[in-house]
Ligand binder design. Structure first.
Ligand code: ATP
Length: 220
């Protein structure tokens, strides 16, 4: 009998703060690929962007609140425990060691993040460790750079089943059912100017963030 291998995704980000675009994408990603779980990991020190104004601990706390009891989603704080930049290659190495050689490991990211993949630390290594799954995102449809084209050459697969036939190395583009034009930038701008963020975040995340006065938000 064929052994069933674990199917696990890593979904990293700044999560500054986590919003419904992140959470709904994670739920639909899990469904689309039949994943056992999706590790959502706030980057302590995102290598390619400015240091977030809100601490990694607060971003993790909001992520935990956002996930709540959602089946299969895990708020994973491991990148907060490492020093130096938060490289996905290091995180995938750890997940690979935990789940084993034959596990189907996926690194999930939105199209905007994917566009910069060739600039990441050890991009070839990412494909040795995992499959890459790119989620379409409204308003983010720009073309790929030459370097990115070279990185992904020959890796495309068309279906989740094809992807799951091997432990790593493929590239799948997904158009998930609910594509949301929500960004953390928009959420931060709204909070800073006292505008509503209702229904862009979960109620728990909104409540906590207002209570803490994060992103310049007032309480009430
Ligand atoms: P910012 O506006 O600060 O750049 P963001 O909303 O893009 O933030 P990040 O934490 O930078 O959020 O994103 C983490 C990951 O989630 C990235 O791979 C990004 O592409 C993806 N992502 C963010 N928002 C969405 C969304 N609305 N739909 C699908 N994927 C998303």
């Amino acid at each position: 009998m064929q052994q069933v291998q674990p199917r696990v995704a890593m979904f990293g980000g700044t999560f500054d703060p986590v919003h419904l675009g992140h959470l709904r994408s994670a739920v639909e990603l899990r469904e689309a690929l039949g994943l056992d779980c999706v590790h959502m990991l706030p980057a302590a020190r995102p290598p390619l962007r400015e240091v977030p104004g809100v601490s990694a601990e607060h971003r993790l706390e909001l992520l935990q609140l956002g996930i709540g009891d959602t089946p299969g989603l895990v708020a994973d704080g491991r990148e907060l425990k490492r020093s130096g930049p938060s490289y996905s290659a290091d995180t995938l190495t750890e997940l690979r060691a935990e789940y084993g050689d034959q596990a189907r490991l996926v690194m999930a990211l939105g199209h905007d993040a994917f566009l910069r993949l060739a600039d990441w630390h050890a991009p070839e290594r990412l494909f040795e460790l995992a499959h890459v799954v790119v989620m379409e995102r409204p308003d983010h449809g720009a073309a790929l750079s030459v370097a990115l084209g070279e990185l992904i050459a020959g890796r495309d697969v068309q279906t989740a089943d094809q992807l799951m036939a091997s432990p790593a190395g493929g590239l799948l583009r997904l158009s998930l059912p609910t594509r949301m034009a929500v960004s953390a930038t928009e959420v931060r701008q709204r909070l800073a100017s006292g505008r509503s963020v209702r229904y862009l975040l979960t109620a728990e995340v909104e409540r906590r963030l207002l209570a803490l006065g994060l992103y310049g938000a007032g309480d009430g």
